[in-house]
Design a protein around this ligand. Structure first.
Ligand SMILES: [Ca+2]
Ligand SMILES: [Ca+2]
Length: 327
């Protein structure tokens, strides 16, 4: 058994022990929603991989079995999502460039005291890692799994993502981008090829904290039995996050502008097997809820930098959008 197989077996055993312990504690009937959330908590997996010595960086997402893989690769390769790279700090996942020297990722990746961000084949050192103050390891269902990483050298050749400050996430097509494991809804995540993929889903569910954490279900084109949230019909590029996607970007496009609206946190299941197959659930932190915290750490670009890549008008427009919650 390779290391990945060993890790999955360990997770399976750990979750089984936890499930037995929790079930032993649970002797009375509970409200449906609370029961649902508790079951999800039992079968929630953070979508990270352990850093490997000698690994390129990290091995995004599982896809519909009746759709070509190439269409998901093409979606991930869109210039709209060029700001997503891989991020490692003891655990390896993804991150999104939000300023030339700042990356937004998942707090649960911050195991070491420093990290690295790789984008366009270049690796940058992260010297400062900042977890959202409300984040507690093991409590990802509370929805505070966001972290900021400062790069010692700015990324000069990638346009940073624009943060979303509106409230259209639950009614918009969301595009999830990462370098994680892949496979189909039938097989679950079973392959790692280090390639960037995008998939789409509706964020029409939540885990009890919708102001900060939203969810998507992986709808099955062959059966409505796998529907958990909202409509049972999958989108053409429906998919689910997988190991290695943690910290990846969730994007929303409105009025011809693409925004970073979410940070990938976990995959969960209602049947005990969170392997990113049909019926599994994606959980992501809602960027719009964390913009004040991000702004408290991340300075606006200097005038010189700004003029170099965007122009002063972009800054004014960005501030206007955040202030008005539009877009
Ligand atoms: Ca769905
Ligand atoms: Ca659904």
């Amino acid at each position: 058994m390779n290391w990945r197989g060993a890790r999955r077996k360990w997770l399976s055993v750990a979750l089984m022990k936890l499930a037995k312990h929790k079930l032993a504690q649970s002797s009375t009937a509970r409200p449906t929603q609370l029961w649902f959330i508790r079951q999800l908590a039992l079968f929630l997996c953070l979508v990270t991989v352990f850093a490997l010595i000698g690994a390129t960086s990290v091995w995004g997402g599982t896809r519909r079995d009746d759709q070509p893989d190439q269409s998901y690769l093409d979606l991930g390769a869109s210039p709209d999502y060029a700001s997503v790279g891989t991020f490692s700090s003891g655990l390896t996942g993804c991150g999104t460039l939000i300023e030339p020297d700042w990356v937004l990722t998942a707090a649960h990746l911050f195991i070491a005291s420093s990290g690295s961000f790789t984008i366009n084949g270049v690796t940058y050192t992260a010297d400062t890692l900042i977890k959202y103050p409300g984040y507690q390891s093991g409590h990802e269902l509370q929805g505070s799994d966001l972290g900021l990483a400062h790069l010692t050298t700015p990324v000069a050749d990638v346009t940073p993502a624009v943060l979303y400050g509106g409230s259209l996430e639950p009614v918009s097509v969301m595009t999830f981008v990462g370098f994680g494991m892949t496979g189909t809804g039938l097989t679950g995540a079973n392959r790692a090829d280090f390639l960037k993929r995008g998939f789409q889903n509706m964020a029409d569910g939540d885990f009890g904290n919708p102001a900060v954490l939203l969810g998507s279900d992986f709808d099955n084109p062959h059966s409505e039995a796998d529907n958990v949230f909202g409509d049972p019909t999958p989108l053409p590029h429906e998919g689910c996050v997988a190991y290695g996607d943690s910290g990846g970007g969730v994007f929303l496009t409105t009025d011809s502008q693409t925004y970073l609206a979410g940070v990938i946190s976990f995959v969960a299941s209602t049947n005990g097997n969170a392997n990113s197959a049909y019926g599994n659930l994606t959980g992501f932190g809602r960027v719009s809820a964390f913009v004040p915290w991000i702004d408290s750490w991340v300075p606006e670009p200097s005038s010189a930098t700004l003029l170099a890549w965007a122009g002063l008008g972009l800054l004014c427009w960005r501030r206007y959008r955040r202030a008005h919650g539009t877009g």
